[in-house]
Ligand binder design. Structure first.
Ligand SMILES: NC(=O)C1=CN([C@@H]2O[C@H](COP(=O)(O)OP(=O)(O)OC[C@H]3O[C@@H](n4cnc5c(N)ncnc54)[C@H](OP(=O)(O)O)[C@@H]3O)[C@@H](O)[C@H]2O)C=CC1
Ligand SMILES: O=C(O)C1=N[C@H](C(=O)O)C[C@H](O)C1
Length: 269
């Protein structure tokens, strides 16, 4: 008998949550078995499809993660750092693959995922799209090929609801550039410039965050030298690209050894 993995979507009412519910229900490779929201949310107890303004999907929104995860093989989680940490422990307890798209996690919060990863598969990436993960590889290559005559700046733009900066993607691109150059990002990152900053420091990697309107997600990596510039760019126009990547990760993780993985592993890049 073929086993079709059951998926729980956390933060089901969110921008990504709703996109994920649609992506999972449109797929014949997985089935939606749970939709989670926080206690007190007005979707609790309602059918998730109806709450989204569409047809009933036969899945009631719950605020009980453990009960939801117990019925699932994977949890797709695009919520907030504190919630993601709580879900990691519970997903590991239920031996679910935990796909984490949540950004804005501190280094301490990322380190706190480790105990869960000893028991279950975690796939975490600040961006789940194929295009951005390819751009990460290109950024590493270009940074390795160029010397410090080329100043590196990462410029990102997002919708006005976004609460974290730099974006998870910008940090992935910054890490890739630093790795290409053989330096540690924390030693060279310039994350805010304001006032009399002094001239740019050679070898530093700068970050800039634009917030406005309904921009889905745009990222440029600029390599600027005297006389020439290279710009590597990714533009997301539809959140479906992130949801498709997350679904791929949930399927890829089935049967893998416990541990922490990223989309480079999933996509084999
Ligand atoms: N890796 C990737 O490819 C991508 C990552 N993201 C990231 O995903 C995250 C979510 O983005 P987005 O969908 O735009 O944000 P939204 O604010 O639209 O959605 C977040 C959802 O999570 C819910 N939530 C928060 N805490 C809990 C909790 N404790 N229990 C249950 N639900 C909870 C929120 O509920 P409430 O409203 O009640 O707080 C909300 O429904 C962000 O970190 C974003 O950066 C986004 C796109 C792509
Ligand atoms: O919050 C968003 O919307 C997005 N967040 C991710 C990030 O922080 O990079 C990915 C994507 O750019 C959309």
């Amino acid at each position: 008998m073929t086993h079709i993995p059951g998926i729980v979507i956390t933060g089901a009412s969110g921008r990504m949550g709703q996109m994920l519910v649609r992506t999972v229900t449109d797929s014949d490779k997985v089935r939606l078995v749970g939709a989670l929201e926080r206690p007190g949310h007005d979707w609790i107890g309602r059918d998730v499809g109806e709450a989204m303004g569409g047809q009933a999907l036969g899945v009631a929104v719950t605020d009980d993660p453990l009960e939801a995860f117990a019925k699932a093989q994977a949890v797709i989680d695009f919520t907030a750092p504190a919630a993601t940490l709580e879900f990691a422990a519970l997903a590991a307890q239920a031996r679910c693959v935990h796909v984490i798209g949540t950004t804005g996690m501190t280094a301490e919060q990322i380190a706190a995922l480790e105990p869960a990863a000893r028991h279950a598969v975690i796939v975490r990436a600040g961006n789940m799209s194929l295009g951005v993960n390819l751009l990460v590889q290109l950024t590493k290559k270009v940074a390795a090929a160029l010397d410090e005559d080329f100043d590196i700046e990462v410029i990102e733009a997002h919708h006005h609801h976004k609460i974290d900066a730099p974006s998870g993607t910008a940090l992935m691109l910054g890490e890739a550039a630093a790795e290409g150059r053989g330096v540690r990002l924390e030693d060279v990152a310039d994350r805010a410039r304001d006032g009399i900053t002094g001239a740019r420091q050679r070898g530093h990697i700068g970050f800039h965050a634009i917030r406005g309107g309904d921009i889905v997600g745009e990222h440029d990596v600029l390599f600027a030298a005297p006389g020439e510039r290279i710009v590597l760019r990714h533009v997301a126009t539809d959140r479906a690209v992130f949801a498709r990547g997350a679904l791929k990760a949930a399927l890829w993780g089935q049967g893998k050894a416990p541990g922490q993985y990223d989309m480079v592993d999933v996509l084999g890049l």
